[in-house]
Design a protein around this ligand. Structure first.
Ligand SMILES: Nc1ncnc2c1ncn2[C@@H]1O[C@H](COP(=O)(O)OP(=O)(O)OP(=O)(O)O)[C@@H](O)[C@H]1O
Ligand SMILES: [Mg+2]
Length: 246
């Protein structure tokens, strides 16, 4: 199995707070790797360091064998990394189709960006495929802001896929979702894992156990443990730091 992404000693401090402190692990191709840990453990900050939203003060990020440490988020996106945010990140006034079209635009060469819309290119084809796959047909003309919370989060995942990424990073995709929407999203992630490498942050521990091939536990900025879901659940240190807190 190949590692698509590897992190080596990643660190950043905000003032005196070591938000991410010497974190290293590898993400295997076509696997679901999940980062768990209590609130404030540094999970989102770690995602920011990987995706280029923040520059690490120490350490290295390697994507498909290439050192990408400190690249901008735009450059990381072009390098094949797509990321959804803990808080929804849609253009709420724009329709579902317009949001998808914008996200797929990266598939078109710059010289094609202004050509007539009726001449379908890769981006337009991608949009139609995603509408179909995410069963959004009935919603394409609605403003994204009019969708339910669960639908918005799913649209966000669809938008991440529009750029055909190598790695999909999802920060708490089920946050604020109903039980049914959480289950649907779990199923969606399972399906997606067949074609794209997934790096996930998730609090729903049932879902973590069900979906993950590999689990990384963070606590106070540091990596506390990593391993298969069953081993992680049985680890007394992890239980004390995370499960114990409920
Ligand atoms: N830009 C920032 N400036 C200062 N402190 C920050 C910044 N971003 C995060 N922090 C702090 O870093 C720590 C880690 O935060 P982070 O958001 O990464 O945690 P998290 O594991 O994602 O938590 P949650 O489960 O609540 O989403 C927290 O103490 C947070 O207050
Ligand atoms: Mg977070």
């Amino acid at each position: 199995m190949t590692d698509v992404l590897s992190l080596d000693g990643l660190s950043i401090a905000f003032g005196g707070l070591r938000a991410v402190d010497d974190v290293s692990f590898a993400v295997r191709e076509r696997a679901v790797t999940t980062v768990i840990g209590p609130n404030g453990a540094g999970k989102t900050t770690l995602f920011n360091l990987i995706s280029g939203a923040l520059k690490p003060q120490a350490g290295r990020v390697t994507l498909s064998g290439r050192d990408v440490t400190g690249l901008s988020s735009a450059a990381m996106h072009r390098a094949g990394l797509a990321r959804s945010f803990q808080i929804t990140n849609l253009f709420s006034e724009m329709t579902v189709r317009e949001n998808l079209r914008l996200a797929a635009q990266v598939l078109e060469p710059v010289s094609h960006a202004l050509r007539p819309l009726r001449r379908r290119g890769r981006a337009a084809d991608k949009v139609e495929a995603l509408i179909d796959r995410f069963s959004l047909d009935a919603k394409v003309h609605e403003p994204a802001g009019a969708l339910s919370h669960g639908e918005q989060r799913r649209l966000e995942i669809a938008m991440c896929l529009a750029s055909e990424p190598q790695i999909l990073m999802l920060d708490e995709p089920t946050q604020g979702m109903s039980h049914a929407d959480t289950a649907d999203t779990g199923q969606l992630i399972r399906d997606l894992a067949r074609e794209v490498t997934i790096l996930l942050i998730e609090h729903d521990i049932g879902l973590v156990m069900e979906l993950s091939d590999h689990v990384v536990v963070m606590h106070q900025g540091r990596k506390l443990a990593e391993g298969g879901p069953a081993a992680i659940r049985a680890d007394p240190q992890v239980q004390a730091a995370y499960f114990g807190q409920g």
